[in-house]
Design a protein around this ligand. Structure first.
Ligand SMILES: [Zn+2]
Length: 483
């Protein structure tokens, strides 16, 4: 079906900042503890309790702002956003409104086909999270709703994009890029299931060529990339069908139901809130000095895009390798250490992307806990480079290193895996194989060149994989043809 409509999407992402304590009190932010065990008068909203801003939360917000090319406001204000809900005992949420800490940023996303597109970031503001309602799940709580305020007052950074995204795929590319950056920065653990990275999507359609936006629907709190894509795609179809059949899109908040793949209305515009924002009298304006910004800037890590470029331009890696190796910071650091020690970037890339990542997946190990460290791996690569072992035997050695945590040299010694480069020893194996396979020899001499692979295989087998393959090849050809 060809649509004559253009999709317009803007995203609001709530990033939970990785502070140890909450944004306005000293309670722990640890996830999954006994309900209400991490609360105090401030986050319970008791009268007279005074909030105190967490400096670390501000620092993480600055970090994120710098990494997403935002301007950091020298002065920003915390406001009260007034509304009633059982998970919000104060009756208001503290959030930045008119003067947010970050503004006017952007991110570049890669599109299918290799081009890239710049997506504007309108603003990023700090706020506290609300608590959580738990709707009766056990026999004695069926029909009840329970309030857990452990999450109340957890620091969030809400990052609001410009309505620059034109498809569900672009939205996902943006979200993945943003997710990668906040995890790289260490400002967020990136856990979508635990709600550390949540997305609201504003979706509308308009006829191509029309300048003004169509009426938008807001899709709330979707917690997986796959569901966000499904929700946007469903919503776009729904709005187009509605317009085509003579209806009108109304501004409303919609919920995505992952079991049906559909969105449904949650509340309409007539219920839209007027939050009566006003500056929180308990909090002084947040003033950020240029010196502080410079200090934070100096601690920023190399970000994924810069890493990918460096891997391609300085290390000469193919684009695919550079993408895989820069996607995760731990993998990139591991790879960088390997290259520093072993020099040959492409060989390091092959081993990290191949054996190391495979083994991590197979054993469900994190890179930090991998028994084969970059130092050990580069030791193994050195033994391939100096012909002590073949690339094939190296895989066996790697396996044993992983099991034992030993160095390549120790494993090679203990298992007697040293490559045979002694011409005489290989020659005698070659002679045996030639003598044992007269028919194949005749066929080979008849012009069936491909049989050389058969002979090499036999000799390698006879040497238990230890013969130097290059020498085997050379000696076989020499013996078979007699020159
Ligand atoms: Zn507290």
């Amino acid at each position: 079906m060809i649509h004559h409509y253009e999709t317009v999407i803007g995203l609001e992402v709530h990033v939970q900042l990785t502070t140890r304590t909450k944004i306005f009190c000293g309670c722990s932010t640890e996830f999954g503890r006994t309900p209400n065990s991490q609360t105090c008068p401030v986050c319970l909203g008791l009268p007279g309790a005074l909030p105190v801003l967490n400096r670390q939360a501000v620092e993480l917000a600055i970090r994120t702002g710098l990494a997403t090319n935002c301007r950091i406001a020298p002065r920003s204000i915390f406001a009260r956003k007034n509304y009633f809900y059982p998970d919000l005992p104060k009756g208001y949420q503290i959030s930045q409104f008119e003067l947010p800490v970050c503004e006017h940023g952007w991110l570049d996303i890669e599109l299918a086909g290799g081009s890239s597109k710049r997506i504007g970031i309108t603003r990023a503001h700090m706020e506290e999270d609300a608590g959580k309602l738990i709707h009766g799940e056990t026999p004695d709580t069926v029909g009840c709703s329970l309030v857990d305020l452990n999450r109340a007052c957890t620091p969030l950074l809400e990052i609001v994009s410009e309505p620059d995204l034109r498809s569900a795929d672009e939205a996902i590319a943006y979200l993945k890029k943003l997710h990668q950056i906040v995890v790289y920065l260490g400002v967020c653990d990136g856990n979508l299931e635990e709600g550390s990275f949540r997305c609201d999507a504003n979706v509308s359609v308009r006829p191509y060529g029309q300048a003004e936006f169509g009426t938008r629907a807001e899709l709330k709190n979707i917690n997986s990339f796959r569901f966000i894509k499904q929700a946007i795609e469903y919503e776009v179809e729904r709005q187009i069908d509605l317009i085509e059949s003579g209806g009108k899109v109304i501004q409303e908040t919609r919920l995505f139901d992952s079991s049906t793949g559909m969105t449904r209305s949650m509340r309409g515009k007539e219920e839209a809130h007027d939050y009566r924002y006003f500056p929180d009298p308990d909090l002084v304006p947040l003033v950020i000095s240029q010196k502080w910004i410079a200090e934070v800037r100096s601690t920023l890590p190399e970000l994924p895009d810069a890493k990918r470029r460096r891997f391609i331009e300085e290390l000469g890696l193919p684009v695919y390798d550079a993408e895989v190796l820069s996607a995760d910071r731990a993998v990139a650091d591991y790879f960088d250490t390997c290259v520093a020690l072993a020099k040959d970037a492409k060989t390091c890339a092959n081993w990290v992307m191949g054996e190391v990542l495979r083994k991590l997946k197979e054993t469900e190990t994190s890179l930090a806990a991998a028994p084969v460290t970059p130092e050990l791996l580069s030791g193994l690569l050195a033994r391939i480079a100096d012909n002590t072992i073949s690339g094939k035997i190296a895989k066996t050695v790697f396996e044993k290193m992983w099991q034992s945590g030993r160095t390549a040299d120790q494993v090679i010694d203990m298992e007697g895996l040293k490559q045979v480069t002694d011409t005489k020893a290989i020659e005698s194996l070659v002679d045996e194989v030639i003598a044992a396979n007269p028919d194949q020899v005749a066929e080979y001499l008849d012009g069936k060149d491909k049989l050389i692979g058969f002979f090499v295989g036999k000799v390698m087998q006879a040497s238990q994989g230890k013969a130097n393959p290059g020498m085997v090849n050379q000696l076989l050809k020499k013996k078979l043809t007699g020159n």
